[in-house]
Design a protein around this ligand. Structure first.
Ligand code: MLT
Length: 313
C-alpha cells in the first residue's frame, strides 16, 4: 500500500511549486543557468520552480541544506563543479557527500573558464599578465566566490601554475565579484563564461584567455590559453541539477525529462549558447551520466587541491 501511495504521489507530482536552491548570490553563473533552465522546466511541469539563493561557504551552505531537505521532489538544487566536485577535498567536516547524499537529475551546461581582469589592469594580454602577476604577487587582488567554489579552485590551479599567491577577496558569488571587477575594486578572477560574455563584449572587463582547447563561439575574439601562452592551464566547469537522496525515481525521471525538454527548446538553447554555455549531448543528459561524472570529478579534484596545499581554513 505504501509503495502504491508513493507511486500515486509521483504520478501526480508536482502539485505545488518546487524550490531550486542556488548556493550562490543572485546574478552569477549558477543563478543564470538555474533561471534559464528552470523557466522552461516550470512550463513542462505545470508548476513554478522558485529559485532560492542560499549563499555561503563556497556554495556548501546551500548544498548542505538541499542534502538535508525532504526528498519529495519539491527540494532540488543547481550544483556545480565546486559544490559536487572540489568541495570534499577542501572541507574535512563537510556535512554531505556529493556521491552519496543526492539523486542526480541531469547536467544543465558546461561552462568554460576564462581569466578576466579589470579593464584598466596594465597587462594587455595573457603573456604580459603572467609576467605582471609574478612581479605583483600578493599585491594583486583576486576575487572569488568562497573556498571550494569554481572561481576559487580554478584560480588555485592558475596561481599554482604561475607560482603566485595573490590576495584573495571572497564574495557570496561571482555575480557581486563581477560588479567589483567592473568598478575596478579587484584586479582579476577566474570565472565561468556564462557570467562574463556581456561584460567582455561591452568592454567593461578584459578577457585574457579561455581555458579550453578551442575558442568559444560566444567570444570568437578571445584566445585560448594555448594560443595566448599558457597551454597547461586547461579547465572547464559545469552546472547540474541534484535532489536529496531518496527522492523517488519516478520524480527524478520527470525532472530529467523536463530538463531535457528545456535543453532541446530552441529559445532556451539559444540563451545558453549565446552566453557560451556548452550543452550536454544526448548521452550526457541522463541521470546515470551525471552520477558517473560526479564520482569522476571528485576523484579528479581531490589530488589537484591536496597537492596545491589548499584547505578551507
Ligand atoms: C563559483 O565561482 O563557484 C560561481 O561563480 C558561483 C556563482 O554562481 O556565483
Amino acid at each position: 500500500l505504501l509503495a502504491a501511495t508513493a507511486a500515486g504521489h509521483a504520478q501526480a507530482y508536482p502539485t505545488k511549486p518546487i524550490t531550486m536552491v542556488v548556493p550562490f548570490a543572485a546574478g552569477g553563473p549558477t543563478d543564470i543557468v538555474a533561471r534559464i533552465v528552470s523557466e522552461h522546466m516550470s512550463r513542462t511541469l505545470g508548476q513554478q520552480i522558485v529559485v532560492e539563493n542560499v549563499a555561503g561557504a563556497g556554495g556548501t551552505t546551500g548544498t548542505t541544506r538541499t542534502a538535508q531537505a525532504a526528498p519529495d521532489g519539491y527540494n532540488i538544487m543547481m550544483g556545480h563543479m565546486g559544490t559536487h566536485g572540489a568541495a570534499p577535498a577542501l572541507y574535512p567536516n563537510l556535512k554531505y557527500d556529493p556521491t552519496k547524499d543526492f539523486e542526480t537529475v541531469g547536467m544543465a551546461a558546461g561552462t568554460p573558464i576564462l581569466i578576466v581582469a579589470r579593464r584598466d589592469l596594465p597587462p594587455k594580454d595573457l603573456k604580459e599578465f603572467m609576467a605582471y602577476a609574478k612581479q605583483q604577487n600578493d599585491k594583486l587582488n583576486e576575487a572569488h566566490a568562497g573556498v571550494g567554489s569554481v572561481s576559487h579552485t580554478t584560480c588555485v590551479m592558475l596561481n599554482v601554475q604561475l607560482g603566485i599567491k595573490p590576495t584573495a577577496v571572497p564574495y557570496k558569488g561571482t555575480g557581486p565579484a563581477l560588479n567589483d571587477l567592473v568598478s575596478g575594486q579587484v584586479d582579476f578572477m577566474c570565472d565561468q563564461i556564462v557570467n562574463l560574455v556581456e561584460q567582455i563584449k561591452a568592454g567593461s572587463i578584459k578577457a585574457y584567455a579561455v581555458a579550453t582547447p578551442e575558442r568559444s563561439p560566444a567570444l570568437p575574439d578571445v584566445p585560448t590559453t594555448k594560443e595566448a601562452g599558457m597551454p597547461e592551464y586547461q579547465v572547464s566547469a559545469w552546472n547540474a541539477i541534484f535532489a536529496p537522496k531518496g527522492t523517488p525515481d519516478a520524480i527524478t525521471a520527470k525532472l530529467n525529462d523536463a530538463l531535457v525538454k528545456a535543453l532541446t527548446d530552441e529559445t532556451t538553447k539559444k540563451r545558453l549558447l549565446d552566453l557560451g554555455g556548452v550543452l550536454p549531448d544526448e548521452k550526457g543528459r541522463t541521470r546515470e551520466a551525471l552520477k558517473t561524472f560526479v564520482a569522476a570529478e571528485v576523484a579528479r579534484w581531490t589530488p589537484v587541491l591536496k597537492q596545491a596545499g589548499v584547505t578551507a581554513n
